[in-house]
Design a protein around this ligand. Structure first.
Ligand code: BGC
Length: 967
């Protein structure tokens, strides 16, 4: 029996203030008896205006024979602004048995039309001085409620950032509202349930405004500000529904009052300056005397660009305590939070009035142990707080954020104790989606760093970095990381919102800006690998969430980009013109006289052109646009042919022979079938030539290991992953990194820093390897024909010395998990597939008899492909425990050692005996009789254990070559 639960509307549970006129409803299913193969055969949805879902029914689907449980569109009568809808669902399982009704969920519409807005845009009636610091205005208004309050909603937005108060209490817990969109074309408003804050009688509403993205410093060129305008403004509308049925509407209007207050400066890059002596107690309560306050005036600003909150809100997500506090050589007291994080510090302090405490934020320390701030460029990341002096004072910033692990404190009255400081982690709401862990702590730390890179750079828009004077929505970075992002966290809404801004800021000729929202100068657009975000991001969301609506919505933008590229490429179908960032930050080798060949931008641009033509073909197909699909398929073929003619030799050499050249050609399927194995072999050689290091930049990195594993070089991919020297993923980990670095060598092997002009320690792009960890190491793969994990392909590829891996994912259908373990007995896979989803499982085996499930042979017997060494099993939902004797840890270790030519305690005895030096070592310590008892396929460690000579391992290992010369 199935029961529906976890009902969501447009990805959210019980959303308030929805702007989608025909929202899509989803539910997950629980198989009550844990039965396998549980699937939905029909559903019935009821949407009603009444809480019981029994009266005032708006839409009753009746029994619909369908297995769809995700993204079912509301098809009832048109929904009105502020309307609340209650809904429930019941389902029939695969045997036709009905479930009970689900619990009742709801959604509530926001303000859908411009006419719903009675409020006026208001701005303080003064002009700001043109000097650096612009104090934040405080606004207030009083009103009377003449009746009992049944419900109240506040709809609000601003030019700049805002924080709202009702009767002295903070409204909601979102920060940095209204978020960042392409402000001239789209501005989000937020909806708050303020029923608890409004009361019968006198009330007061207050607002604080900050510069934020709207008019604060933004961008790296020339410290520009006022990007969108130079006046801050508020738009707020309060709906109070009274018990007697009346609705009272309170709005922002010319009757509000304004004043400056204690917040003397607030800038996203620079921090805040706050003088607590200037606080006005009770400023947002009804009794406050605002006679000294100044007037506001209404501002003529469009309201037709308003949209309901689309992305997730940004909130405080976590708190970190300092791991230690110490005095730096330069006298500053430094608190170390142990984690490079994004947000701010909340502190409590006591001291004489007028004392100023200064907090400077930095990601790393320099060689002497002082804060290193050169890589912040112009961003000051500094908070200055001047004390009131009347007991304990608690402060935390509100209109800024900082990227830091260390905080340098000056001017602190008395001794700074660790408990005086709290690191507040701030990012967009993104519920956890995936988890990945294995038995190599370095790789686990890498995964940790990837997740923290995501947290720090998902602050309303996907940014390149969160600390220096940049923090922009770089399209290339987002495109490179999106797949990994979708695995770690739920980011559908986050990216859907950003993609609308991408479309909004796209140039009329189809060019996509380098950054979205676009605040760079005209012409900062259209780099290959960056503009392609327009196509790659929606497609990735479709794969991960099975959401066709995102494709439909972005289709025009996607097509405009590809059309633009098409025009650039012209009749030759080669994109050889224009500016491109290329394989940004690839490894070039230390000798400037012998630079490793970079991948030429013409090759990269043409490869991405082909890839996007292919994705357009797939997109058109998914949307049922047959003619378009045909046209894009033909385009893809043409670009491929041009690519091969221009960049590929008859023997499979691609361009300059860089890793990235092969990776793009192979990953995008650009080469004729017969050349693929040859090109893959050349890629493997390129990896070996680089002594098993990645030499790729932003564009090659996400696909490098995928291509190696796809073409049979998984062992090489693991070699790359396990590499600890520069350049590699684990090099920063070994250097103590807690986030992903912008550059392979942010801190160089000699301990020095990379160029401070571009050296972020929190840049997610190289973290794109995370995608390979989930999809290949753990083996959870999407079937593009049944996206959104409807049909999952489970194909772990063990290697790299790992003996245990586990990964789980909150898929649209529910939790999906994989745990595999390898030992000398074989390979074990525990798998859990949620109801209404199914999986094809690949197990290492050469004979069906090698495979069991919960100790029993499989019925029917699995399909075995002996050549590939896999058994294929189709399963429905449920929990499974597979075992295969087709692969042992010893065999995997042997492969790794073979690739690396490395000999140590994990090496297989057979390899050790084949190596003359190692053989001599063994002979020195073991008798002939003992030697003959060693099992050839075991690791040395296991073999010694078995013959009772485990104590010898240290001695033998230290005598063994740890890295014997490669053949
Ligand atoms: C950013 C990047 C971005 C790049 C463009 C840098 O300043 O930090 O990550 O993609 O410029 O090449």
């Amino acid at each position: 029996m199935l029961s529906p639960y976890r009902l969501t509307c447009e990805y959210r549970q019980n959303p308030l203030g929805l702007g989608v006129r025909q929202p899509r409803l989803s539910w997950q299913l629980r198989a009550d008896d844990g039965a396998r193969g549980a699937a939905q055969s029909a559903y019935q949805l009821v949407v009603a205006a009444d809480l019981s879902c029994e009266r005032s029914v708006l839409w009753d689907t009746g029994k619909v024979h369908s297995d769809q449980s995700v993204h079912v569109r509301y098809e009832g009568p048109p929904l009105r602004s502020t309307q609340r809808c209650y809904w429930r669902v019941r389902v029939w399982d695969e045997a036709g048995r009905p479930s009970d009704w689900s619990e009742i969920a709801w959604w509530e519409m926001g303000l859908l039309t411009v006419d719903d807005w009675q409020a006026e845009w208001i701005t303080p009636d003064w002009d700001d001085a043109e000097d650096e610091a612009r104090p934040a205005p405080f606004l207030r208004y009083t009103f009377t409620v003449d009746g009992e309050v049944r419900a109240a909603r506040l709809y609000a937005t601003s030019l700049g950032l805002y924080e709202l108060y009702l009767n002295g209490q903070r409204v909601g817990d979102a920060v940095l509202t209204p978020g960042w969109t392409s402000y001239r074309k789209r501005l989000q408003y937020q909806t708050y349930d303020v029923t608890e804050l409004v009361r019968a009688g006198a009330n007061a509403i207050g607002a604080i405004l900050g510069d934020g993205w709207y008019r604060g410093h933004l961008g790296f060129s020339g410290r520009r500000r006022n990007h969108y305008g130079d006046r801050l403004a508020l738009l707020a509308q309060l709906h109070v529904d009274l018990a007697d049925g009346r609705r009272l509407i309170v709005t922002s209007n010319a009757g509000w009052r304004a004043s400056l207050g204690p917040l003397r400066m607030a800038e996203l890059y620079h921090g805040e300056t706050y003088d607590a002596r200037l606080e006005q107690d009770g400023w947002a309560t009804p009794d406050f005397d605002d006679r000294d306050w100044r007037a506001v005036r209404s501002l003529n600003q469009p309201k037709d660009i308003l949209v309901a909150q689309e992305g997730p809100l940004v909130r405080q997500q976590d708190c970190l305590a300092p791991v230690c506090v110490f005095a730096a050589p330069n006298g500053e007291v430094i608190a170390d939070f142990g984690q490079n994080m994004v947000g701010w510090v909340r502190f409590k302090v006591r001291g004489p009035a007028g004392t100023t405490v200064t907090l400077r934020h930095a990601e790393v320390l320099d060689a002497e142990g002082n804060l290193y701030v050169a890589n912040l460029r112009a961003a000051k990341q500094t908070v200055q707080y001047t004390l009131r002096g009347d007991g304990e004072e608690v402060y935390e910033p509100r209109f800024t954020f900082m990227g830091f692990r260390y905080v340098g404190v000056r001017g602190w009255p008395g001794e700074l104790r660790p408990e005086d400081l709290t690191g507040v982690v701030v990012h967009s709401d993104m519920p956890p989606a995936g988890e990945f862990a294995c038995d190599n702590p370095l790789i686990n730390q890498l995964q940790h760093n990837i997740v923290w890179g995501q947290k720090g750079n998902f602050v309303d828009v996907p940014t390149d970095c969160p600390q220096r004077d940049e923090r922009l929505g770089w399209t290339g970075d987002a495109q490179v990381f999106i797949r990994t992002a979708c695995l770690n966290r739920h980011v559908a809404l986050f990216f859907a919102k950003w993609l609308r801004d991408l479309a909004a800021d796209q140039y009329p000729d189809g060019r996509v800006p380098f950054v979205v929202p676009d605040i760079l100068s005209h012409g900062s657009a259209a780099s290959a690998g960056w503009g392609d975000a327009a196509v790659i991001c929606p497609w990735t969301l479709y794969l991960c969430y099975g959401d066709t609506e995102i494709l439909a919505e972005q289709y025009e933008s996607m097509a405009r980009w590809v059309d633009f590229v098409c025009r650039q490429a012209g009749e030759r179908f080669l994109w050889t013109s224009g500016f491109h960032f290329g394989d940004w930050l690839d490894y070039r080798g230390p000798n400037p006289l012998l630079p490793a060949p970079a991948t030429n931008t013409e090759l990269i641009a043409t490869a991405f052109f082909a890839h996007c033509a292919d994705l357009m073909y797939r997109t058109a197909r998914a949307l049922g646009k047959t003619d378009d699909a045909q046209a894009y398929a033909a385009l893809y073929e043409r670009v491929k042919a041009a690519f091969n003619a221009e960049f590929v030799s008859p023997r499979g050499r691609v361009g300059p022979g860089t890793q990235t050249a092969y990776v793009l050609a192979l990953h995008f399927d650009l080469l004729p079938e017969r050349l693929r194995p040859l090109a893959a072999q050349r890629l493997a050689e390129a990896v070996r030539d680089a002594d098993y290091h990645p030499t790729t930049g932003f564009l090659g990195t996400p696909y490098l290991c995928h291509v190696l594993s796809r073409f049979g070089y998984t062992d090489l991919a693991y070699e790359l992953l396990n590499q600890e020297g520069y350049p590699s993923w684990l090099y920063p980990v070994k250097r103590g990194a807690t986030t992903i670095w912008e550059r392979w060598d942010g801190i160089k092997p000699d301990g020095g820093f990379q160029d401070p002009g571009m050296n972020s320690f929190n840049h997610y792009a190289f973290g794109a390897i995370g995608d390979w960890l989930y999809r290949v190491v753990a083996g959870i793969e999407i079937d593009p024909e049944a996206p959104g994990y409807r049909h999952v392909i489970i194909r772990p590829q063990p290697g790299g010395g790992l003996s245990r891996v586990q990964a789980a994912l909150e898929s649209p259908y529910g939790r999906l998990s994989v745990a595999w373990a390898l030992d000398e007995e074989g390979f074990r896979l525990r798998l859990s597939i949620p109801p209404n989803a199914r999986a094809t499982v690949y197990l290492p085996a050469s004979k069906a008899a090698q495979v069991t499930e919960t100790g029993r042979p499989l019925r029917p017997a699995p399909l075995v492909r002996p050549k590939r060494g896999v058994a294929v099993v189709e399963v429905g939902s449920g929990d499974y425990d597979f075992h295969s004797t087709g692969l042992t840890l010893g065999q995997v270790m042997a492969r790794v050692r073979h690739v690396a030519g490395r000999l140590d305690r994990g090496s297989v005895v057979r390899d050790l005996l084949a190596n003359p030096a190692a053989r001599a070592v063994l002979l020195r310590h073991l008798s002939e009789a003992e030697l003959s008892r060693l099992s050839l396929d075991s690791s040395l460690e296991a073999a010694l254990q078995r013959i009772g000579r485990a104590e010898l391992i240290q001695t033998i290992e230290s005598e063994l070559l740890t890295r014997s010369p490669r053949a």
